[in-house]
Design a protein around this ligand. Structure first.
Ligand code: PMP
Length: 433
């Protein structure tokens, strides 16, 4: 067999995929895998969704690509209206991109340009959490708090002020209020040390994704961040690349806490695995200021093309038509109970947390001390490999900052049925056994 020229394939050899349908994928040997993590938390409507396929084919037959400065295209306008409506009009403007990193990059650049336009060029710092993940391009990586990814680039990225986020598992449920105050005080102290009028924006994921294993924030925390932003005159950016577009049972995760951002990024679930689509949503006043001062100096070739936007529209329509936000909540509860009964069986499943169909399981050596397994144990990779042997795909990570340890995400497609959710839990139980 010749060696593959692809160089992104780290880790053990992978089976070759043959085909996929619904929540299952088959390899070339005919083995099936239940997609317990929607690919990369992106194939949110499962595989082979007919309505999305039909919408894409219809758009392909009409026109696949136009450049945004040459034509207005109906799918882009319609998708932008949809997204605004999904925020209940709280964010009125949309800028399309093709990936999560591009969405974050666009948010950072728009925010900076806004302050330059307002005559506040001294604002040049972003504030973000450690751990966190916001993307792989240099700007998005600069606000990412995840050491292995940052390490080679710290001296060439814009960087950011890294503050701790809430970790309710380690703080313990009883100390929740005190923990939030502590985290917010720390954030304030670091902003003050840098100079309150030097900050452009605070960037945060309303529900942590891969970097934290679905760590949650809460209303008090987000209100606290909003207050800090208002006090220091900076902007609040919510990164909903992973948790947006229905993943938590709400169109956007922030909506359940009632604290709105100034800018919001989303991607993964928008194209639902069928086509890369991302978006930056933001307040109109920001855009007006930037557009009145030379326009937004930013853009990507494939952004907002008709095929991308027709795909995004079809995905949103399918979620609405099939009542999938309800299924996300119902199957989410089923998963929660199943994961909690596994946790009762295995003490090393330290924490089970999440919302909707976004669940994280943190693995610890000692459930009382909450000590992580040593990195050499490579536990997250072992659990993932065992799950795959049992025919279940999960999304693993290890936080290497000494702040936590191994965890994995369970985040199946919104279309998963009750019996498929049972099967997911059975396969996970076999792998953990
Ligand atoms: N932000 C968050 C919260 C993410 O989870 C990701 C992807 N895992 C990104 C940004 C980057 O998205 P992409 O991989 O599409 O560039």
């Amino acid at each position: 067999m010749t060696t593959s020229p692809l160089f992104y394939q780290a880790g053990p050899a992978m089976p070759e995929v043959s085909h996929a349908h619904g929540v299952f994928l088959w390899d070339a040997q005919g083995k099936n895998y239940l997609d317990g993590c929607s690919g990369a938390i992106s194939c949110n409507l499962g595989h082979g969704h007919e309505a999305i396929r039909d919408a894409m084919l219809a758009q392909l037959d009409r026109v696949a690509f136009t450049y945004r400065t040459q034509f207005e295209n109906a799918p882009a306008v319609a998708l932008a209206h949809e997204l605004v409506a999904m925020t209940d009009g709280e964010l009125e403007k949309v800028f399309f991109v093709s990936s999560g990193s591009e969405a974050v990059e666009s948010a950072l650049k728009l925010a900076r340009q806004y302050f330059v336009a307002r005559g506040e060029p001294q604002r040049r710092h972003f504030v973000s959490l450690r751990p966190s993940y916001h993307g792989s391009t240099l700007g998005a990586l600069g606000v990412t708090g995840y050491q292995p990814l940052e390490a080679p680039f710290t001296d060439i990225t814009p960087g950011s002020i890294k503050v701790p986020g809430p970790d309710f598992y380690r703080a313990g449920q009883t100390d929740r209020g005190a923990h939030i105050r502590h985290v917010l005080n720390e954030t304030r102290a670091q902003i003050e040390a840098a100079g309150g009028d030097s900050v452009i924006a605070i960037v945060v994921e309303p529900v942590g994704g891969a970097s934290t294993g679905a760590r949650l924030v809460d209303k008090t925390y987000l209100e606290g961040l909003r207050q800090l932003c208002d006090e220091f005159g900076c902007l609040l950016i919510f990164d909903e690349v992973l948790c947006g577009i229905g993943r938590t049972g709400h169109w956007f995760a922030y909506q359940q806490w009632g604290v709105a951002p100034d800018l919001l990024t989303t991607a993964k679930g928008l194209g639902a695995g069928y086509y890369p689509v991302g978006a930056l949503l933001c307040r109109e006043a920001l855009v007006e200021t930037v557009m009145a001062n030379g326009g937004f100096q930013h853009g990507h070739t494939y952004a907002g093309n008709p095929l991308a936007c027709a795909t995004g529209l079809a995905a949103i329509e399918a979620i609405r038509r099939e009542g999938l936000l309800y299924n996300v909540t119902a199957r989410g509860q089923q998963l929660k109970h199943g994961l909690e009964s596994l946790q009762a069986r295995y003490s090393w499943l330290g924490d089970v947390r999440g919302l909707g169909l976004l669940w994280g399981v943190e693995l610890v050596m000692d459930p009382v001390e909450k000590t992580p397994f040593p990195a050499e144990a490579n536990l997250f990779a072992k659990v993932t490999a065992l799950a795959k042997e049992e025919g279940l795909l999960i999304y693993p990570r290890r936080t290497l900052d000494g702040l936590a340890g191994d965890h994995f995400l369970i985040s199946p497609p919104f279309t998963i049925s009750e019996s498929e959710t049972e099967l997911l839990l059975e396969r996970l139980a076999s792998a953990l056994e």
